[in-house]
Design a protein around this ligand. Structure first.
Ligand SMILES: C[S@@+](CC[C@H](N)C(=O)[O-])C[C@H]1O[C@@H](n2cnc3c(N)ncnc32)[C@H](O)[C@@H]1O
Length: 363
């Protein structure tokens, strides 16, 4: 039984079953016992490894992508450089290091804003980015408006809470998290089917083509950030780059998963001690951003995106001065980042720009 379980059991006792979104928000972000709040979970000794932790090439290329877009915008004298969920700060540190040698004016113009809720990770980011005077925010909505925006989000949207709905013989019902009859474990139950719940489900899924038993994820938190991003890009120019694992078009399937020590574990078994994610619905993000006024590039696969930005040429340059062991590491990182059977196909890149802004590189 985890420390968070006791809190969840009390909440369910008083309020009744929780939505899956409430459960995810508690499991990942509870201020005392949340997964991201209590520890740094990255690396081989932790639970997962992200692209910037695999190789410096990832952050370097994204830094050059930002610098290229800043150049296309006419090199504004100040702009907000924003990262959502910066983890250990590795991506942004690699990005700024790569660009500052080539285009010092870019780093001088950048006002760095980090959106991060975890105090543990804020400390890591503070160490990694000490020379760049970041300002932290709990939410993207708190990042100041009124200047051009360049924004990066790598593996951020997959951590945002989703609500889940299941099709029953009586119509769509919300999937909820309740206590088992003995009160010693959590279990999924269904709310009342039909009625207002049906209105939560996108119209295209209300047809008879979906088999009963189907579970879908809906991400209101992700869509609300995408809408806000779209509105900001329409009001002040700029671009946002979203990289994550997920699908280009909506897929009616349950993608909620829990991972602990690099292994899948049951979703409800160890709340607060396992990472919880869902596959990102890039189509829904693009739709929300477009309705806010942004233009959309992609999504394309991470493999195609990184190849288009020149990752193979960057690997060749790094190999020139590498030891045999380092060469092996560069090759293996390149494979993990771009091979379709590794991260190359499941991960996608999507760019949002101002409605009349220049197109983004890599698409
Ligand atoms: C999987 S990590 C990705 C970290 C980093 N982008 C990388 O690629 O290494 C998710 C990050 O998002 C942060 N995060 C998760 N949910 C968040 C939320 N609702 N608001 C702000 N940050 C959040 C986590 O603390 C963590 O920094």
């Amino acid at each position: 039984m985890t420390a968070l379980f006791k809190h969840l059991a009390r909440r369910i006792h008083h309020e009744g079953p929780l939505t899956v979104a409430d459960f995810m928000a508690e499991a990942l972000g509870n201020p005392k016992h949340g997964y991201y709040v209590t520890a740094d979970r990255f690396g081989l000794a932790g639970d997962f490894v992200t692209a910037p932790e695999i190789s410096q090439m990832f952050g370097e290329l994204i830094g050059l992508w930002c610098a290229d877009y800043w150049d296309r915008l006419g090199r504004p004298a100040t702009f907000a450089l924003v990262e959502l969920g910066p983890g250990r700060g590795t991506l942004m540190a690699d990005a700024l290091r790569a660009v500052s040698g080539l285009l010092p004016d870019f780093t001088r113009a950048a006002r760095l804003h980090l959106v991060e809720t975890s105090p543990v990770l804020r400390r890591r980011q503070s160490d990694a980015l000490a020379n760049h005077a970041p300002t932290w925010h709990d939410r993207f909505a708190d990042v100041p408006e009124g200047m051009p925006l360049l924004l990066i989000a790598n593996e951020f949207f997959d951590a945002l809470p989703v609500r889940q709905f299941q099709l029953t013989e009586q119509g769509w019902a919300e999937r909820l998290v309740a206590l088992s009859p003995t009160g010693e474990a959590l279990r999924f139950v269904l709310g009342n089917p039909g009625g207002l719940t049906t209105l939560m489900v996108p119209p295209r899924l209300r047809t008879g083509a979906i088999p009963p038993g189907t579970v879908i994820d809906l991400g209101p938190a992700a869509q609300s950030i995408a809408l806000d991003l779209g509105q900001r890009l329409a009001a002040s120019e700029g671009a946002a780059l979203i990289i994550d694992y997920g699908h280009s078009a909506p897929v009616p399937t349950d993608t909620l998963q829990a991972v602990r020590r690099h292994q899948p574990v049951p979703v409800l078994e160890t709340p607060g001690e396992a990472d919880l994610t869902t596959h990102v619905d890039f189509g829904a993000l693009a739709e929300a951003a477009t309705s806010g006024g942004a233009a959309v590039c992609g999504p394309v696969t991470q493999g195609d995106f990184l190849r288009a930005l020149g990752i193979e040429a960057r690997a060749t340059i790094l190999r020139r001065t590498a030891s045999r062991e380092d060469t092996h590491e560069i090759d293996s990182a390149l494979h993990r980042l771009i091979a379709p059977q590794a991260m190359g196909a499941l991960f996608k890149a999507l760019a949002l720009t101002g409605p009349n802004g220049p197109p983004a590189a890599g698409f």
